[in-house]
Structures are given as structure tokens and as C-alpha cells.
Design a protein around this ligand. Structure first.
Ligand SMILES: CC1=C(/C=C/C(C)=C/C=C/C(C)=C/C=O)C(C)(C)CCC1
Length: 354
């Protein structure tokens, strides 16, 4: 067992893998996957307009509020100086990403895709730490492989199974800054697709095989089952729907299970508690106020990004433009989330496990 997971596990007071949210996430993904497999078998295809509406509802109405909640949970009991540094790192990462997108839009697209995979993969392993356990992930390399395979399912599997839609929306995302900017790279797609298919397949087999060899057991079984479910889900569900429902139905739902499983009060900084007080009404009202403040800050960043990119709707239809814009925007604001949660603030970041 790695020092990291051993420490995390030994400090968990009531690790459990039967939280209702975990069950919900698995059933939800399975139902969506089976539905789309059945539709495909019946020769029915869901219109792209409907897929884009599902994406926008899933990502904006359902997933965004959970992102806001993660900030509140992360900053809730921190000292003021930490909070200011957090905001500074946050704004610097947002500014850096926006700058990169404007100067090199294809690199911006690559970073957006990477952020989506990193958030899903690293966050997914943290859920395992807190719920069914990671006894079968004994080295840091194995944990990274687990995160890579879980996260990779979100973008790499769709590249293989839904190449045309993937490329069309990628072109729109680059087109926010430079219409036609992805065209020179299109010639490589015939090569990258089989390379990604082979690489992802190998990584998947290596992850599941290594986990079995290094301990197997229940934690391995749960991890292997979920990883295969994710890969199958992204293979059969059209990519726009798949990504739009993955974040609310899988990522956020499972973070709820993690947050509720890890109930120990964070290292005694209660005096700084932003939600303070023992009165539940005060706590609820303060939480509401914080979420409103967070929503306003998000809208302010949204306005800046909208203003900064030359073609915010990618010179496309309203829905397709909104999907492209939102995907870039959400990746921009998710970058500091990932950086803070995984790299800088390992002990108490968004995936904090006491
Ligand atoms: C490239 C690409 C897409 C990219 C989506 C991205 C990059 C989503 C990022 C989500 C994040 C970071 C969520 C965080 O909570 C689409 C629209 C699925 C369509 C297919 C091509």
C-alpha cells in the first residue's frame, strides 16, 4: 500500500461503499448506456439539437452548482490568508488559460480536454480512497494509471467511438478564437485515432491486471467494474450527451458520497468557519449567501471570457456555439480547481480526505 493511500485510509473513520449516491451514479450511467445501446440497435438516433440541450442542462443547471459547493467546502474552515492566496491562484490560472487560448487556440483546446480528464480521473480516485478503498493501488504510478484510465474514458474513448462529432465540436471550440484553426491538424486524425484506441486499451488492461496482481479483493473488483462501466458508457452514448451527463450524474454525485463519508471535522480551524454558528438557520442562510456571491463571481469571469474571445458563439448556431463556449469556459474555471485540489493543496484541496 502506498504511503499516500495508507495514510488516507487510516484516517478515515467510516469509510463505506454503500452510500446511496454511489449506487445512484452506477445505476444512472448504466441506464443511460443501456438506453442508447437499445436506441442504436433499433436504428433510432437522437437529434443533435436534443443532445446539445441535454449537455447544456446537465453542465449548467446540474453540474455548475456542485462546483460552487466544492469551493465553499474547501474554503469554509481556512484561515483568511489562505483564502486570499486561493483566490490569487484561482485568478492566475484562469488568466493563464485564457491567455493560452487567445495566443494558441489549439493548445487551449488540448488543455480543456486535459482538464476534463484530470478532474474526472483524479477526483474519481479520491472517491475510491474514501469509499470502497484503494488497497489494490499500491504505488503512485498505479494511482496515476487508475486516474488516467478513469479520466481517459471521458475524452479518449469518445475520440475513438464518436470521431466526427468530437472533431466538429473541437473545431468550433478552436473557432471561438480562430475559425478554421483546427483544419491543418485534421490530416493527423486518421493516425491519432488508432493510436489512442490502442494506447487506451492497453492502459485499461494494465490497470485492471495490475490491480488484480497487487492485491485484488473487493476494492479491485469495485474499481474494475466501475472503470469498465465508464469505458462502455462513453463508447455507446453519443459524446455530447455522454459528457453532459457524466459530470452531474457521475462526478458530482460521487463527490457527494465522498464528502459525506468523510465527516471528520477538518483539523480544528472551526474559529474560521465561514458558515459559523450552531444555529442551523444561520448556517443555511450563510451558505446561501456564499453561493450567491460565488455565482456572481462566476458570472463576472464568464463575462470576461465572453468579452475576450473574438467569436463567443463560434460563428455557429446558437446551441452549437453555446456548447462550444461553455465547454471552454467550464474548463477554464475547472483548471484552478484541479490545480488547487491535486497539486498545490494536497492535504485539504477539493478532494480533501481527513
Ligand atoms: C472536445 C469536445 C467536447 C469537450 C468538452 C469539455 C472540454 C468539457 C469539459 C468539462 C469540464 C472541465 C467539466 C468540469 O466540471 C464536447 C463538448 C464534449 C464535444 C466533443 C468534443
Amino acid at each position: 500500500m502506498s504511503a499516500l493511500s495508507a495514510r488516507a485510509i487510516s484516517r478515515l473513520s467510516h469509510r463505506t461503499d454503500n452510500h446511496p449516491s454511489l449506487l445512484l451514479s452506477r445505476v444512472a450511467l448504466l441506464v443511460v448506456a443501456v438506453t442508447f445501446a437499445a436506441l442504436a440497435a433499433a436504428g433510432v438516433s437522437v437529434p443533435m439539437e436534443a443532445q446539445m440541450v441535454i449537455y447544456l442542462v446537465g453542465m449548467i443547471a446540474l453540474n455548475l452548482p456542485h462546483g460552487g459547493y466544492e469551493h465553499v467546502a474547501n474554503l469554509r474552515r481556512r484561515r483568511p490568508d489562505f483564502r486570499w492566496r486561493y483566490v490569487a491562484v484561482y485568478l492566475a490560472a484562469v488568466g493563464g488559460f485564457l491567455g493560452l487560448l487567445l495566443v494558441a487556440p489549439v493548445a487551449g483546446l488540448a488543455l480543456a480536454v486535459t482538464v476534463a480528464m484530470a478532474k474526472g480521473g483524479l477526483g474519481g480516485v479520491k472517491v475510491l480512497d474514501a469509499t470502497s478503498g484503494t488497497d489494490h493501488l499500491q504505488t503512485r504510478a498505479q494511482r496515476l494509471l487508475a486516474a488516467g484510465v478513469r479520466g481517459g474514458s471521458v475524452m479518449l474513448v469518445p475520440i475513438v467511438f464518436w470521431p466526427e462529432t468530437f472533431h466538429a465540436f473541437s473545431a468550433l471550440m478552436v473557432g471561438l478564437v480562430e475559425p478554421g484553426g483546427l483544419a491543418p491538424y485534421a490530416a493527423y486524425f486518421d493516425v491519432t485515432r488508432p493510436v489512442i484506441a490502442a494506447g487506451y486499451g492497453l492502459a485499461l488492461v494494465a490497470h485492471i491486471g495490475l490491480g488484480y496482481v497487487r492485491g485484488g479483493g473487493r476494492s479491485w473488483l469495485v474499481d474494475a467494474g466501475e472503470t469498465l462501466l465508464l469505458a462502455a458508457y462513453f463508447a455507446v452514448v453519443p459524446v455530447v450527451v455522454a459528457v453532459g451527463l457524466y459530470f452531474p450524474l457521475w462526478y458530482s454525485t460521487r463527490q457527494v458520497a465522498r464528502a459525506q463519508t468523510v465527516r471528520e471535522p477538518p483539523v480544528g480551524d472551526d474559529q474560521w468557519d465561514l458558515l459559523g454558528g450552531d444555529d442551523p438557520t444561520t448556517t443555511a442562510l450563510r451558505a446561501w449567501g456564499l453561493l450567491v456571491a460565488g455565482a456572481m463571481a462566476t458570472v463576472a469571469v464568464l463575462a470576461v471570457v465572453y468579452w475576450a474571445v473574438p467569436n463567443p458563439f463560434a460563428n455557429s448556431t446558437l446551441l452549437a456555439g453555446a456548447v462550444a463556449f461553455w465547454s471552454i469556459f467550464i474548463s477554464i474555471i475547472a483548471l484552478p480547481h484541479v490545480v488547487v485540489g491535486s497539486l498545490w493543496d494536497r492535504e485539504r484541496g477539493i478532494w480533501y480526505v481527513p
